[in-house]
Ligand binder design. Structure first.
Ligand SMILES: Cc1cc2nc3c(=O)[nH]c(=O)nc-3n(C[C@H](O)[C@H](O)[C@H](O)COP(=O)(O)O)c2cc1C
Length: 361
């Protein structure tokens, strides 16, 4: 399906925004230059930090790109649950010889300031994670010439995205690496995450917006399956995390294909919101009782994660990864886009008799 979004880039391949220093401008530029859509992640950055990255990216590529924002978290977590968890992490703080972070270090991720920058200096695409922005925000971005996307993990969330007036929905399956973009975290729905292929079709039958499919996609044949199910493009995180330009910590990259890390799980252990990562010691020990308290727990564990990374200890790091992590290929990002596009074409031609994007699409 051709749309304002997919007309911006020739291959239906979006490099997922990955906060925490992974989707650096060099990665986004390489993807956009190869005909995909590169993305910057504004999450956890200041508005100025985001602006500097946009300027850097503009110096690296002329092609369209996107910027991703985290929605502010309106509901205050149960302070006593955060307090209990901080006691449960006391042994970690002693082991890594750091103080735990201040859980009250802010819960809006500088949203208003970042929006103001993006309205003053419009970028081609903006996506939102963890909720739906107000209709007036989406409208003002549209007037600035920006295409807007919002993540949904259920058909109801996709309906909310369409009602708010976004241009496209990012349909995120439960296989996805990193945080689920669930609009409102609710422990009662734990374990009910929907697999991507089923979710695409359910959302396709619920909303008319173009869909971008995310979760566990590592090969072009999976992109073909997502397109055949009704998506207009695919968004890949873990696959690009492994590339040479990715800013991911080397231990994180290595862990994706290290046989020591045999599986992924959704956990609140590091941030207080469900996110999929390689199961390591920290997740095993603290995942079972970590409270639903985002971003408080993110702030609380921040010094632990930093110290673990600095000490070369992947057992204390948040090793975000999707279910397809073992299929990661450490290629230059532009080459990965080309390989994925060729695989997609081969799979699409085998299915339809036409090349992808050709007469049969
Ligand atoms: C390390 C990492 C960081 C992520 N950070 C973000 C983020 O900042 N914003 C966002 O919208 N999605 C983020 N995601 C989720 C991706 O947008 C996407 O849903 C996911 O990577 C798709 O699953 P895959 O990793 O199996 O390809 C992140 C994913 C990973 C692996």
């Amino acid at each position: 399906m051709s749309s304002a979004l997919t007309d911006l880039f020739p291959h239906p391949i979006v490099q997922a925004p990955m906060a925490g220093g992974v989707s650096v401008p060099q990665l986004a530029a390489a993807v956009s230059d190869a005909g995909g859509l590169g993305f910057l992640a504004a999450g956890y950055k200041t508005a100025d930090g985001m602006y500097q990255e946009i300027k850097q990216l503009r110096g690296l590529t002329q092609r369209p790109f996107g910027v991703n924002l985290f929605m502010p978290q309106p509901e205050y977590a149960d302070a006593s649950a955060v307090e209990v968890y901080s006691h449960q992490l006391a042994g970690e703080a002693a082991w890594y010889e750091v103080e735990l972070g201040d859980p009250d270090s802010g819960r809006d991720d500088g949203y208003d300031a970042k929006l103001a920058v993006l309205l003053d200096n419009p970028v081609p695409v903006v996506s939102f994670h963890f909720g739906v922005p107000g209709g007036e925000v989406l409208e003002s971005l549209r007037r600035a010439g920006t295409v807007t996307l919002v993540t949904a993990t259920t058909p109801d969330e996709a309906l909310a995205v369409q009602r708010a007036g976004a241009d496209a929905v990012i349909v995120q399956g439960v296989e996805a690496g990193g945080h689920q973009g669930t609009h409102r975290d609710n422990p009662e729905t734990d374990g009910t995450g929907i697999g991507l292929l089923s979710l695409i079709v359910q959302v396709r039958e619920t909303v008319s917006l173009p869909l971008v499919a995310a979760g566990g996609i590592m090969r072009g044949s999976q992109i073909a399956a997502a397109l055949a199910a009704g998506a207009s493009a695919a968004q890949l995180g873990t696959a690009f995390l492994a590339t040479q330009e990715s800013g991911a910590n080397a231990l994180h990259k290595q862990a994706l294909t290290n046989p020591l890390f045999v599986r992924t799980e959704l956990t609140r252990a590091f941030s207080g919101r469900p996110a999929r990562g390689l199961v390591n010691r920290f997740m095993r020990e603290h995942g079972p009782y970590a409270p639903a308290a985002y971003p408080e727990i993110h702030h609380l564990t921040s010094p632990l994660r930093k110290k673990a990374a600095a000490s070369g200890d992947p057992q204390g790091m948040a090793l975000w990864a999707g279910q397809g992590h073992r299929m990661a290929r450490e290629l230059p990002a532009g080459q990965l886009v080309e390989v994925l596009a060729a695989e997609l074409n081969a799979a699409w031609t085998a299915l339809s008799g036409y090349p992808q994007g050709g007469a049969g699409r």
